[in-house]
Design a protein around this ligand. Structure first.
Ligand SMILES: [Mg+2]
Length: 398
């Protein structure tokens, strides 16, 4: 089998990759919905793929892997990797999890991710009210994550929050940092306590916190929250779109507290997880298959983390329905250090009309049943998806 074409269309907000082969099989991969500008990056890799056998996934990846980087620049390579696995699975007549070594669980746990409700404000009462809605959502999540601190508008909405500069950030994940005021720190802690009052000990609470915290504040927060048994504190120091890690700084925080510390969603390739894992700099890593370099890359990092006593809770909130399929396939194969992955939804809503293969409902009691269709198991329906193609992408299914 040979690759005859590589296409990319922005469907809704998500760039979608299609690998076309000479045997009539197509493979699909998806990029986060926040990255329509990645289309050019995908297409510039086309020449490296034409004529290659897509079922030799690693051999093809060796040709393009150096063309990725930290988020967002790993997403083109990652989506192509997923599309290659989709082709390989369809060609073999097997779900992708079989090609990765087989599933070790029949259902995978997810946390709320893209299931969110608008905040009315950023007081403890607002957080409690919002948490009650998430707890009541029909998916029955057993873990819920909420944004606080620098991963929320607190720096502009809470008076006297921190000592740094409050400037309008042009991009999500801008490098806003600074020491919190005593009032700011107490406000964050009060909001977390209010959320825990709603959840009790039935549902785990994870907190996306930064990036942007200083080491003393990160340690103060983590220690103050120790009695609350928080699932994890995410991206305190670096994260989101930070193009580096600072494993040594994370280590200082992690070693100071029993509250689990988590990071890794922006990191590209196993090599950039090496310091974090080998130095035990965090307790939990959170790579995103759509940014790390693909699902096989994520599996390798998960196995290596497990050897070091480190857990994994993969990121995925913007990955769309094809990204959801990739997460299900790879998370079914991860070792017991797997906690849950971040659940993405289809946006706009019509995305649910243009794919086939999803169960209904998708999430039951906080879990997704692993499906058995060949490839990723969730496929675009060309007849239906064509209606949503932009003018410049009209030949996407040709
Ligand atoms: Mg995050």
């Amino acid at each position: 089998m040979r690759i005859t074409d590589l296409k990319c269309a922005v469907i809704g907000d998500n760039p979608v990759v299609r690998i076309v082969t000479d045997e009539g099989i197509s493979g699909y991969g998806q990029i986060e919905q926040y990255k329509p500008y990645m289309k050019w990056h995908v297409l510039h890799l086309k020449d490296a793929l034409i004529g290659q056998d897509p079922t030799n996934v690693e051999r093809v990846m060796l040709r393009i892997r150096q063309r990725g980087g930290y988020k967002p620049w790993g997403s083109a390579v990652s989506a192509i990797e997923m599309a290659l696995w989709d082709v390989a699975g369809k060609a073999a007549g097997l779900p992708v999890y079989k090609l990765l070594g087989g599933k070790v669980r029949d259902r995978v746990r997810v946390y709320n991710g893209a299931v969110r409700f608008p905040m009315n404000g950023y007081t403890p009462e607002d957080y409690a009210e919002n948490m009650a809605k998430m707890k009541a959502s029909p998916e029955g999540f057993t873990i819920i994550k909420q944004g606080i601190g620098f991963h929320s508008p607190m720096r502009t909405e809470v008076p006297n929050f921190f000592y740094g500069e409050v400037e309008a950030a042009p991009y999500h994940g801008a490098l806003v940092r600074g020491l919190l005021t005593e009032q700011g720190l107490k406000h964050v802690i009060a909001c977390v306590e209010a959320m825990k009052d709603v959840l009790g000990d039935e549902v785990g609470l994870a907190l996306d916190c930064g990036p942007g915290w200083t080491v003393p504040d990160a340690i103060r927060l983590a220690k103050a929250l120790e009695p609350l048994n928080i699932m994890w504190l995410e991206d305190l120091i670096t994260g989101d779109y930070t193009p580096y890690v600072h494993a040594d700084v994370y280590r200082e925080v992690t070693a100071s507290t029993s509250t689990p510390i988590h990071t890794g969603e922006q990191i590209y390739l196993r090599h950039n997880f090496k310091d974090l894992i080998e130095r035990h700099a965090v307790n939990i890593i959170g790579p995103d298959p759509c940014d790390i370099g693909g699902i096989a890359e994520l599996k390798w990092v998960a196995e290596y983390a497990d050897l070091h006593g480190i857990l994994i809770a993969p990121h995925g909130t913007g990955n769309g329905l094809l990204g959801l399929a990739a997460l299900v396939q790879v998370c079914a194969t991860l070792p017991a250090n797997f906690i849950a992955f971040e659940y993405p939804v289809g946006k706009p809503e019509w995305w649910y009309d243009i794919v086939e293969g999803l169960p209904n409902p998708i999430v039951k009691d906080g879990f997704i049943e692993v499906w058995d269709r060949p490839g990723m198991g969730v496929d675009l329906i060309p007849e239906k998806a064509s209606a949503y193609l932009k003018e410049e992408d009209k030949d996407f299914f040709d």
